[in-house]
Design a binder for this molecule. Structure first.
Ligand code: FES
Ligand code: FES
Length: 148
């Protein structure tokens, strides 16, 4: 068995120090060790985007990196978007516009949308389509994601 490595990662504003195997994926660390089960695993092959989180404010697919690579960094998950029990405006907008069906892709879609809006606060429909092209919806509920 590979020896463990001690890592410290700030997740949703809380610092966690854990011993992890070098091969442990960040998404597994978040879900299985830290209980952040809002970050989902849809493919495990960097295709679907369900596992998208923010690493130091930049969206990443957490099945694409090892937990040890997050050592010393800040991670925000979908659980970290709501503040004081209140949904973030983007979460509220998804709810209001029914931009979801089964909801499996929704955490990743919201995290990627937040990144997109941070870079471009007023994207066109084309820019939204391009910005979310790394996130798949198995319900094919795409239209409500970019139409008002
Ligand atoms: S689970 Fe990470 S991209 Fe699909
Ligand atoms: S709403 Fe079901 S996978 Fe997107």
């Amino acid at each position: 068995m590979a020896s463990s490595i001690s890592i410290t990662v700030e997740v949703d504003g809380v610092s966690y120090t854990d011993d992890v195997e070098p091969r442990l994926l960040l998404v597994q660390h978040l879900r299985e060790r830290l209980g952040k089960t809002g970050t989902l695993i849809g493919c495990d092959t960097t295709n679907c985007g369900a596992c998208t989180v923010h690493l130091d404010g930049v969206s990443v697919k957490s099945c694409t990196m090892f937990a040890v690579q997050a050592d010393g960094h800040q991670v925000t998950t979908i659980e970290g978007m709501a503040q004081n029990g209140k949904l973030a405006p983007l979460q509220e907008a998804f709810h209001q516009c029914h931009a979801l069906q089964c909801g499996f892709c929704t955490p990743g879609m919201i995290m990627q949308s937040a990144s997109l809006l941070k870079e471009n606060p007023h994207p066109t429909e084309t820019e939204i389509r391009e910005g979310l092209e790394g996130n798949l919806c198995r319900c094919t509920g795409y239209q409500t994601l970019w139409l008002p």
